[in-house]
Design a protein around this ligand. Sequence first.
Ligand SMILES: C[S@@+](CC[C@H](N)C(=O)[O-])C[C@H]1O[C@@H](n2cnc3c(N)ncnc32)[C@H](O)[C@@H]1O
Length: 212
Amino acid sequence: MSDPALPDGVERREIGGETRLATRGPAVYGEPTADGWRAWDPERSKLGGMFELGVDTGFAGGETVLYLGAASGTTVSHVADFAGPTYAVEFAPRPARDLVDAAEPRDRLFPLLKDARKPRSYAHVVESGVDAIVQDVATRGQAEVAVRNRQFLADDGRLVLAIKARSEDVTAAPADVFERALDRLRETYEILETQRLDRYHEDHLGVVATPR
Ligand SMILES: C[S@@+](CC[C@H](N)C(=O)[O-])C[C@H]1O[C@@H](n2cnc3c(N)ncnc32)[C@H](O)[C@@H]1O
């Protein structure tokens, strides 16, 4: 069944006796499947959580995407199932090996073993004017990473960002950490929506923004 709040290629499907968010593609992380559709676990994916919580990410389906912090490909594999060309940046070699496996049957998913703080190191590969940047790096300086990668984003594109409070400061109140990160983002982006993701990811903030 299609849902107007979800991009084309993301649907709520009956899988294993439950209605689950799902995309169409080969399984990656042992997720249940039915009729070619794979369940998208919002507890393992901030973007999945944002869709479950009704955040307007701006995705319609078919977009060109730069994904920062791809890890072993759990979320970015779902993105590549519904988006267009999807560049997946991950700097840790171990998860990147699984990411390469996830990309193997997906002709739109391009893994890059690169540091997202150094966008110049992949600027020769990633096309400029991408429709969306999805970011989930969970390291100190998350807003700074988003600011540095703005150069790849189309002027009317979307930044879809997850901020993990504890990665910035383990002692500060998450609300204060989020305000500081949003202040840094506002120098480069207009914030369109924020949503606490605690139902699925404790002390995380989902942010949708567009370039200023
Ligand atoms: C929370 S995990 C990402 C989970 C993944 N987004 C998913 O949902 O499937 C954060 C990842 O970001 C990566 N990371 C952190 N800093 C990075 C950087 N500067 N450049 C590239 N990857 C980075 C980490 O190695 C880790 O794999």
